[in-house]
Structures are given as C-alpha cells and as structure tokens.
Design a binder for this molecule. Structure first.
Ligand SMILES: [Zn+2]
Ligand SMILES: [Zn+2]
Length: 244
C-alpha cells in the first residue's frame, strides 16, 4: 500500500536530453503497471536541451500512434516548461498551449527568457548562490516573484522540484499553489522538496505528486527516494495523488 506509483507524469526522452525514446519510456511504464505516463521533455526555451518547436508535431504523432497501439496505458503529451520571466510568461506560447495535454513547469539554468541579459544574470546569481549556499534576500524575492507569476498566469499542473536551483520563499510558493491547485512535486531525482520542506508544505491545503523525472527509460516509475522523503516527513500518503 502506497509503495509504488500509479502514474508517472514527469519523464524525459531523446527529444530533450533523456536517453530513451518515447516508446521505451512507455514500455517501462507498462512493465511497471502504470495507468498513465506523461512525456515531459524540456521546453524549447532551454538553450542546451530544450526540444525544437519543429519536433512538436512528430512527438504528438508518435504519442498518438502509441495510444492506438496499447490499450493498457494512457500516454499524455506534456512539456516541462521553463519558468524564467518576471511577467509569468513560460516558454510555451499562449497559442501553443492546446498542443499539449497539460503543462508542468520548473526553473532551470540555461533558459533564455524574454530578456536575455536579465535571464543570464539571474542564472549567474542563482548558480553562485547554490554553489556558496548563500542567497541575498533580493534574489530570493526575485525568484519567488517569477515562480508566483508563472503559477498565476498559466495552468500548471505540477510545479517541478520547487526551490531547486533558485531559492524561493517557500511559504509564498506553497500559498500560491494552494490557490491555483498546482501539485507540488516530490522528486525522485532532485533534492527538493526536502523532507523538511515537505513538512512545511503539508501545512497548506495542497496536494503532492511524486515524479521520477526519469532521463533514462529504466527509471520511469521509480520512486524509492521520493517515498523515503514522504515517510520521513510523516506526510499522509493519501495527499500524494499518484501513490498506489
Ligand atoms: Zn526539471
Ligand atoms: Zn524534468
């Protein structure tokens, strides 16, 4: 009971910087008895490993083909959009939203937003902050505003690895997720949310989702590290929408 995933809505493929194909991810998901899987490659605003906009129709066609081929699993086409702009605009343009079944989003280094110098400066300050373990109040405030505005301006199903790579005011972020109904990810791959952060988040009326964030097909559906954090935090597993 509550020791495996029902579905995994955070997986990467060769379209961004994952190692497996969409079908290989789906095969692992089926072997592990998942009800559904989402393909959530990195949004095109990422300089290093975002997928190309010209690949969107190819990815959709492949997912449609696999949904036809397999009747024991539902495959969603999603995107791990990049949170980068103070305006709240993601790297999924408003006219592109309907191309996806749903959107998840997080902050990543290497994303070029609406203002390139501002994006690069933000990444540099966050990179330095994470290396030194020290963030200025102003930087935390800037990061928090960007995340909060992104949550308010878009229908984001899951906020991925909250606070990872750029420190935020977690209370403000959790409060916003409470309002927007956005799931907080408990990552199997990233440190955030930590056990202590899960305890803090649990005080808000929010739901959680465990995500493998698999970059290799073999990791699809894996959740051991996420489960350890959930148990250590004493979080009611019923609040994690995809635990079975
Ligand atoms: Zn991510
Ligand atoms: Zn990811």
């Amino acid at each position: 009971m509550y020791d495996r995933l029902k579905f995994d809505w955070h997986t990467h493929t060769v379209y961004s910087h994952g190692k497996g194909t969409i079908e290989e991810n789906v095969e692992t998901a089926r072997a592990r008895g998942l009800e559904s899987i989402a393909i959530t490659d990195h949004g095109p605003g990422h300089f290093g490993y975002g997928f190309r906009r010209s690949d969107i129709s190819k990815m959709r066609a492949e997912i449609d083909r696999l949904n036809e081929k397999y009747d024991d699993i539902k495959i969603y086409m999603s995107v791990e959009a990049n949170i980068i702009n103070p305006s709240g605009m993601l790297d999924v343009r408003p006219e592109e939203i309907e191309l996806y079944d749903f959107i998840i989003a997080g902050y990543h280094f290497g994303t070029i937003g609406e203002n390139m110098p501002a994006s690069l400066s933000l990444h540099a300050r966050n990179l330095a902050g994470s290396r030194l373990g020290r963030y200025s109040d102003k930087l935390i405030q800037t990061n928090t505003e960007i995340v909060v505005n992104s949550l308010k301006n878009n229908k984001i199903v899951t906020l991925t690895h909250p606070g990872d790579k750029g420190k935020v005011d977690l209370d403000e972020v959790f409060k916003t997720c409470e309002k927007t109904g956005t799931y907080l990810e408990i990552s199997d791959r990233h440190r955030q949310l930590t056990t202590e952060e899960i305890k803090l988040a649990a005080k808000y009326d929010v739901m959680f989702i465990a995500g493998s964030d698999a970059h290799r097909s073999a990791m699809v559906g894996s959740c051991q590290r996420a489960l350890e954090k959930i148990r250590a935090a004493g979080l009611d597993p019923a609040r994690v929408v995809n635990l079975a």
